[in-house]
Design a protein around this ligand. Structure first.
Ligand SMILES: *Cc1c(COP(=O)(O)O)cnc(C)c1O
Length: 378
């Protein structure tokens, strides 16, 4: 089965009573037993729910994992994975990961006796140097946010494995349509399904995908014990959204490619960041480990070239908003908005400038988006 066929056909046809074409939404909090030992496989929705299970089966198949668990938000997926650790453990993480993940590690889990070292993962040697005897997890995002740095998945997976540490990839930006970390030896993939997987900006959610049954059991234990599973209605929306993931990603990428090429040649723009550009330092690696370059582009204005608020206010089709991965185009300033949850030092270390603008290209028609940017920049 090809990707789109899997996306459309996995986890559906769950209704034998009326033979509905789409997966029914079971909002029930609990499910009846026929005797004290027997139920239909579900007892209580925090632990398991047929609608959520359908979404989980679908995403597990797309990521080529053994199991997936849908969580209430992307951050609760991160929480569920970090709770595989215990006090005294050490984690090496990328220094340009999602701001909320950085904050959770730096300000919450570090209070619980887990240590974190943040390094530039573009060079896997930095990971080797940061490893300690108690390093139990390696956390990466590739491409990173907002500068779209590329990390070598195979190299990181093998360094982590040799050390006996779990490797975790936040695959939110690429989705399994373009990047399959588990195939390259990574142990766990997480997503904020709020972004591309749901794709319609009408849900917040997350998912944890495991590569082995043993990990899957630990993850399900955590999701149930912590109470972070996704509400059935939200899971139902995610399942509806994921069916069009492939065709949406292709159009996001067409738009991002055209916009990156346009920005790269614009005289008000200093640097354009897009892994699909031949000038991007990670381009060769991106071509090797991804099958497409995705819908995110960022750029730095030349110093004093343009007031950010003027630029944003002139845009018609790009909404000034955080988040990403929806069908509508968005624009934002990471320093002041999406990455404000990182300390100033951390933002500087990650190379984020005050003049940086991040675009999430939607699925609108390419000429309309290009015209909009041309006008706003003129
Ligand atoms: C948005 C995002 C998250 C957090 O997800 P929420 O659904 O907002 O909790 C984590 N990682 C990445 C890469 C994200 O973009």
């Amino acid at each position: 089965m090809g990707f789109n066929t899997k996306a459309v056909h996995t986890g559906v046809a769950k209704d034998s009573q009326y033979r509905s074409v789409t997966t029914p939404l079971y909002t029930s909090s609990n499910f009846a037993f026929s005797d004290i030992h027997t139920n239909t496989g579900y007892d209580y929705t925090r632990s398991g729910n047929p609608t959520r299970r359908a979404a989980e089966e679908n995403i597990a198949t797309l990521e080529e994992g053994v199991d997936a668990r849908c969580t209430s938000t992307g951050m609760s997926a991160v929480t569920g994975v970090l709770h595989l650790l215990k006090a005294g453990d050490h984690v090496v993480s990328g220094n340009d990961i999602y701001g909320g993940t950085f904050r959770l590690m730096d300000a919450v889990f570090s209070r619980m006796g887990i240590e974190f070292t943040f390094v530039d993962m573009r060079n896997p040697h930095n990971l080797k140097v940061a490893l300690r005897p108690n390093t139990k997890m390696v956390w990466i995002e590739t491409p990173s946010n907002p500068l779209l740095n590329i990390v070598d998945l195979e190299a990181v997976a093998s360094i982590a494995r040799k050390h006996g540490a779990l490797s975790v990839v936040d695959n939110t930006f690429m989705t399994p349509y373009y990047q399959k970390p588990l195939r390259l030896g990574i142990d766990i993939v997480i997503h904020s399904t709020t972004k591309y997987i749901n794709g319609h900006s009408d849900v917040v959610g997350g998912v944890i995908v495991s590569s082995t049954t043993e990990l899957a059991e630990q993850v399900q234990f955590n999701v149930n014990a912590l109470g972070i599973s996704e509400a059935p209605f939200d899971a139902w929306l995610v399942l509806r959204g994921v069916k069009t993931l492939g065709i949406r990603m292709a159009q996001h990428t067409r738009n991002a490619t055209a916009v990156a090429e346009f920005l790269q040649n614009h005289d008000k723009v200093e640097t354009t960041y897009y892994p699909g550009l031949a000038t991007h330092p990670g381009h060769a690696l991106a071509k090797r480990q991804m099958s497409g370059f995705g819908g995110m582009v960022s750029f730095d204005f030349k110093p004093g070239a343009m007031d950010l608020n003027v630029f944003f206010s002139r845009l018609n089709y790009f909404t000034l908003a955080e988040s990403l991965g929806g069908i509508e185009s968005l624009a934002e300033a990471p320093w002041f908005m999406s990455h404000a949850s990182m300390t100033k030092e951390a933002r500087i270390a990650a190379g984020i400038k005050k003049t940086n603008v991040r675009l999430s290209l939607g699925i609108e028609d390419t000429p309309d988006l290009l015209d909009d940017l041309k006008d706003a920049l003129s």
